[in-house]
Design a protein around this ligand. Structure first.
Ligand code: UDX
Ligand code: UDX
Length: 464
């Protein structure tokens, strides 16, 4: 089956970069990225590439090469569906905030809306590719909607989960560890659609790195991969408290265990807690599925990863309060970093939000600086996690344009994201402008503690 046109519904952190790379590597395929959010599409089409809606190193260069040639951003979803032989669904699947499964299950309303829109508009056979992370067996539900509401055309469903991490998305897409395609290989049409997607990826990914599995294995693999990664972070974070109580150093422990090739050295960086749109949501999803199947031990096992992360975030905030003599009321605290990790402007589920929330409850004056996250985004994040009136948040939370403003007259600095630039600051100057004693709480262990102490700071890393 020859694919000439692809459409992707959802121009977000996954859809945007993934389609840019697919278009770049397949110059003969027309790729149309659509989104119901017209403002977002306009930003993808902005002549000024610094206005793209997401910040991802290397993305604007690729967009510059292919946009207007074989990569298009549009809000005409119906037209793009009609024109394409293959449709990726890459809309968000947030945790449900209402009804059954509230706070746990994935909210599939956007995915279902997409399926219905595809069914209504499609006038010819389509291959539907699930890019969004979905609960196991969602493909079955999508198939059902398509078959029962469509115009009698044939729909083949594939699962093709995305493993890119933000901040390194372009590299992860260009040289992926593996590409996973789940589909129904028991029918001729199913086999052909798997092959069609295989061909698109094999234009740049070595064939041996493209795995094909059945649909359910593919869907479950995505949830499992994120659960394992998050579990590693929670495991190492669980030991930070033990290190602090005993005098062990978590970075030394990470290094020592990471050199064991069976364990491996990646994802052993202790932190203030993991964030991002995926880890928590996908684990909660896994827990909910296990609970729904009556597998309570399985559910409890994975739920612990989330509980440990919550504990780490609040432990960090409480440590600040305790160190500042159990009183932060009216004290200036500079927060450096708001993004959930470096090299992204994404702050979804960032540990910073929860740390800030707890400190605001204690009436601290927060001065916040992040190199990429906008002030609007920060206020939205805060207003989303709590039910304080917006005005109250604004009283305690000021966004600053640089580190010097944020740290001026501060009693303490808390580092919440591992941005490279934080390492290069003139920390002596920052110290001179702070109230004394001047504290640093390094939630990412990125500064040299000995040097900070030499300057005069009371320096506290994580797990040391
Ligand atoms: C999303 C999912 O969160 C994740 O589970 C999945 O693995 C990949 O897709 P992401 O790209 O980071 O991740 O989400 P987001 O940046 O929120 O983008 C989703 C886009 O879909 C938004 O631009 C939104 O406007 C759009 N959308 C949503 C639609 O076009 N139609 C809808 O009905 C709903
Ligand atoms: C993750 C998965 O890595 C990716 O495969 C999937 O497609 C989407 O979810 P992402 O959330 O973008 O990607 O970033 P990731 O690098 O996994 O980091 C997640 C969080 O864990 C961040 O807050 C990060 O700071 C934290 N982390 C990561 C640690 O605290 N320590 C580590 O050692 C690694």
């Amino acid at each position: 089956m020859k694919i000439k046109t692809i459409c992707c519904i959802g121009a977000g952190y996954v859809g945007g970069p993934t389609m840019s790379v697919i278009a770049h590597k397949n110059p003969n395929i027309k790729v149309i990225v659509v989104d119901s959010n017209i403002k977002r599409i306009n930003r993808w089409n902005d002549i000024d590439l610094t206005n793209l809606p997401i910040y991802e190193p290397g993305l604007s260069e690729v967009v510059a090469k292919v946009r207007g040639k074989n990569l298009f951003f549009s809000s005409d979803i119906d037209k793009a569906i009609k024109e394409s032989e293959m449709i990726f669904i890459s809309v968000n699947t947030p945790t449900k905030t209402y009804g059954a499964g509230k706070g746990m299950a994935a909210d599939l309303k956007y995915v279902e809306l997409c399926a219905r829109q595809i069914a209504n508009s499609a006038e010819s056979d389509k291959i539907i590719v699930e890019k969004s992370t979905l609960p196991v067996k969602t493909a079955e539900a999508i198939q059902n909607i398509l078959d029962n509401t469509g115009n009698g055309v044939n729909f083949q469903i594939l699962s093709n989960p995305e493993f890119l991490a933000e901040g390194t998305a372009m590299r992860d897409l260009t040289v992926p560890d593996r590409v996973l395609i789940g589909g129904d290989s028991s029918t001729k049409k199913g086999k052909q659609s798997i092959q069609a997607l295989f061909n698109i990826y094999s234009s740049w990914v070595p064939k041996e790195n493209i795995l094909t599995t059945n649909l359910w294995s593919s869907e479950l693999s995505k949830l499992t991969a994120n659960a394992f990664l998050a579990q590693r972070v929670s495991s190492i974070n669980s030991l930070t408290e033990l290190c602090e109580a005993t005098g062990a150093d978590i970075q030394e422990v990470s290094k020592a265990i990471g050199m064991d090739t069976r364990i491996g050295n990646k994802f052993l960086q202790a932190s203030v807690g993991f964030g991002g749109s995926c880890f928590q949501k996908d684990i909660l999803n896994l827990v909910y599925i296990a609970q729904s199947l009556g597998l309570n031990e399985v559910a409890n096992y994975w739920h612990q990863v989330i509980l440990m992360n919550n504990h780490q975030r609040s432990r960090f905030s409480k440590n600040i309060i305790k160190s500042l003599y159990n009183n932060v009321n009216g004290k200036n605290i500079a927060l450096l970093g708001w993004a959930f990790k470096k090299d992204t402007n994404d702050s979804r589920e960032s540990a910073a939000i929860y740390v800030a929330d707890l400190l605001i409850e204690e009436k601290a004056n927060l001065r916040v600086y992040d190199p990429k996250v906008t002030a609007d985004q920060m206020y939205n994040d805060l207003n989303y996690v709590n039910n304080r009136v917006v005005d109250n948040n604004n009283n305690y939370f000021k966004v600053c344009n640089d580190q010097n403003h944020a740290t001026k007259d501060a009693h303490a600095v808390a580092i919440l994201t591992e941005w490279q630039e934080f390492k290069n600051y003139d920390w002596k100057k920052i110290y001179n402008n702070m109230k004394k004693p001047a504290f640093i709480f390094d939630g990412r262990n990125i500064l040299n503690g000995d040097k900070m102490r030499e300057i005069g700071f009371i320096y506290k890393g994580i797990g040391k």
